[in-house]
Design a protein around this ligand. Sequence first.
Ligand code: PHE
Length: 457
Amino acid sequence: MTTPTASRGAFASRLGFILAAAGSAIGLGNIWRFPYTAGANGGGAFVLVYVLFVLGIGVPVLLAELAMGRAAQRNPVGAFRILSGSRSWSLVGGLGVVTGFGILAFYSVVAGWTLGYLWKALTGDFERRITADESSRIFSELIGTAGPAIGLTALFLIVTVLVVRGGVQAGIERASKILMPMFFLLLLVLAARSLTLSGADEGVAFLLQADFGKLTPRVILGALGQALFSLSLGMGAMITYGSYLGKSENLAFAGATVAVFDTAIALLSGLIVFPALFSSGLDPAAGPGLVFVVLPTIFDAMPAGSFFAVAFYALLAIAALTSAMSLLEVVVAYFVDEWGWARRWAVWAIGAVTFVLAIPSALSTGASPFLSTMLGDRGGFLDLQNILFGNFALSIGALFTLLFVGWRWSVARALEEMHASGDRLPAPRLWGVLVRYVCPVAVLLVLGFMLVTGEFF
Ligand code: PHE
């Protein structure tokens, strides 16, 4: 097995890797997608199923992906091919590359909104009292105007391309090191503020009290999709990051740390959004704008609110950036490893294609009536992309990754890879059973229910 070479790049330190993997995991998925999906799916029961999926499916898949990546030292397509010795398995990696494009195409649109809000915060828009209605209007105006929606998407993609162009070590590691812990602290402050607003308990109850009558197949798939999306699983991002990792790293520890922080941040985001939302009388099922509409109403209720607003949007934009970098990195690593493209060209070419794919999403939040209402009350083109790639493609990708590691590459080889650092996985048998039987059956059941009931969106 080769060790990471200078030309492919490698992470300089364990902390660097954990922070970079956490950087990939922590992003809009936690702050934007989690509250919006939880709100649209009725709250508590969804949240409970999501947490169960993180523990029971997310963590096992995360370990499987990291082990595959480090063993193969390749992008997802190359990893499936090398570890299986057959070309057909590399299709699973291929699905990952396509999913990378698909997710980045709507992710960059939402990240663009973050940049727009950062600008608003910097220019003092959130200094005065903002009612919930006003906040909704500000949001709709920003995302419903073609110019800013497309321009901000382009801006975000350009920044992502520039960072990824610098290569793994310099770009990814340096950015993640200081900023992620700062983000965590800021979220704690915001949660403290939100939880002390009048009427906050209703929001906490919405998030934590499970009403099982609300669990439909669609809600359950949503929870699975959210668990995978949030941990960056099912499309090879963690295979790619694992491939930049040295043999001395403890994969189990890295994986567990990432999963704990990622889930804590999602729940924290829920504890920021829902108390404030109920306190200002907004609708939890308001859709993808949820976090953008709710937060401005709490900044003005805080001392130094405009400072917190700037810090929040800046750090959220950076969290989105470190996730987008990993999405782009999957696609770039594929073209660099498999097609011999030069990294400096690959990033721009892929960035440009993603931009074109992102345009319909950018126009689907108001600017184009047709694209905005394609799914009726379930939303428009952006929601469609989000569900297709974020829920379906990731679930299918995770299913095949599990089948591959469990039945083809073999649990024994994966465990050997995890134990290569001299550290042992705490419950190796359990992990084997989960990967071979429990998780694939669970994912199949979720997908199967959807097909049978026809309740897709
Ligand atoms: N996990 C990232 C987030 O929560 C998004 C992502 C999904 C990144 C899939 C890579 C792969 O924002």
